[in-house]
Design a protein around this ligand. Structure first.
Ligand code: PEP
Ligand code: MN
Length: 310
């Protein structure tokens, strides 16, 4: 028995399918030999912000662009995204860069609009057990990025994926994004043991989001490297051209130059475990390495970077 205690993962479990599933996201294959990095801002804020970030992450080797148009925020008074306008900007960024895009659908009401503009639908942590939404995306033939609920066990996570698969949509990527524990030094506790565990129990690709997993930009490169070493098929990383002005999650967003350093720093780790790692379009200078422990130059000792997100 490969998945002890899990009896109903008949579609997503390894018992039913031994070989890895490879998910095609607008022509980018996730779950194969190459580790695929998805990067971009937490929220789509403007044309300038999105396009500048999109070109920067592409240059550093990201293969998929992320950006939220519908944002689940803890406070009803926070920025909730540009909605349709944000989706149109994502489509524009895809045309301009050639990168496929992933964005969150928070509700079944927005599924048609999201599908019209995105190559992959993100189901956020807060919605991992929104069974109506899972059933609806199960009816689609669009790849789904399913994030682990921050209080969900691995069994619950796999059964949420099973909901989507049982509707007929097997194009699912699982994303470990940290769980809530007693620890308050980090926003969440990134459960990296979930990576080899999931890879053992399911044939679906598994990626890691060290941005929400830690909540602190300077921890992101460390945990990204560890995630690759643990066997992740990809990373989901928040990048912003000006994190201090970000309308959401600025304190966990990398500047483009830090993102590029991180990408170059991970390459030997990926190669050491026999995985392919994307080459950015700019050759790294020796100043790009080593990554740590230097803080981002212009962020040095800027406590207001850690102010609560607007
Ligand atoms: C996000 O990716 O910006 C997001 C809201 O993630 P999560 O659902 O994991 O909190
Ligand atoms: Mn975010």
């Amino acid at each position: 028995m490969i998945t002890p205690g899990i009896s109903d993962t008949r579609l997503v479990g390894r018992e039913g399918k031994a070989e890895n599933t490879v998910v095609d996201v607008g022509g980018v294959l996730v779950g194969g030999q190459e580790i695929v990095v998805t990067a971009g801002p937490c929220s789509v804020e403007s044309e300038e912000q999105l396009l500048a970030t999109a070109f920067a992450v592409k240059q550093a080797g990201a293969r998929i662009l992320r950006g939220g148009a519908f944002k689940p925020r803890t406070s009803p008074y926070s920025f909730h995204g540009l909605h349709e306008e944000g989706l149109k900007l994502l489509a524009q960024a895809r045309r301009a860069t050639g990168l496929p895009v992933v964005t969150e659908a928070m509700d079944t009401r927005y599924l048609d609009a999201v599908c019209a503009h995105a190559d992959m639908i993100q189901i956020g942590s807060r919605n991992m057990q929104n069974y109506t939404l899972l059933e609806e995306v199960g009816k689609l033939r669009v790849p789904v990025l399913l994030k682990r609920g921050f209080s969900a066990t691995i069994e619950e996570f796999l059964l949420a994926a099973e909901y989507i698969a049982s509707g007929g949509n097997g194009q699912i990527i699982l994303c470990e994004r940290g769980i809530r524990t007693f620890e308050t030094s980090t926003r969440n506790t990134l459960d990296l043991s979930a990576v080899p565990l999931l890879k053992r129990w399911t044939h679906l690709p598994v990626i890691v989001d060290p941005s929400h997993g830690t909540g602190l930009w300077w921890l992101v490169p460390h945990m990204a490297r560890a995630a690759v070493a643990a066997g992740a098929d990809g990373l989901l990383v928040e990048v912003h051209v000006n994190p201090q002005e970000a309308l959401s999650d600025g304190e966990q967003s990398l500047r483009p130059e830090t993102f590029e350093r991180m990408m170059n720093d991970i390459r030997p780790v990926a190669h050491a475990i026999g995985r392919r790692w994307p080459l950015g379009t700019r050759i790294a200078s020796k100043d790009d390495l080593p990554l740590h422990p230097q803080p981002q130059a212009s962020n040095r000792a800027t406590p207001d970077l850690f102010r609560p997100a607007k």
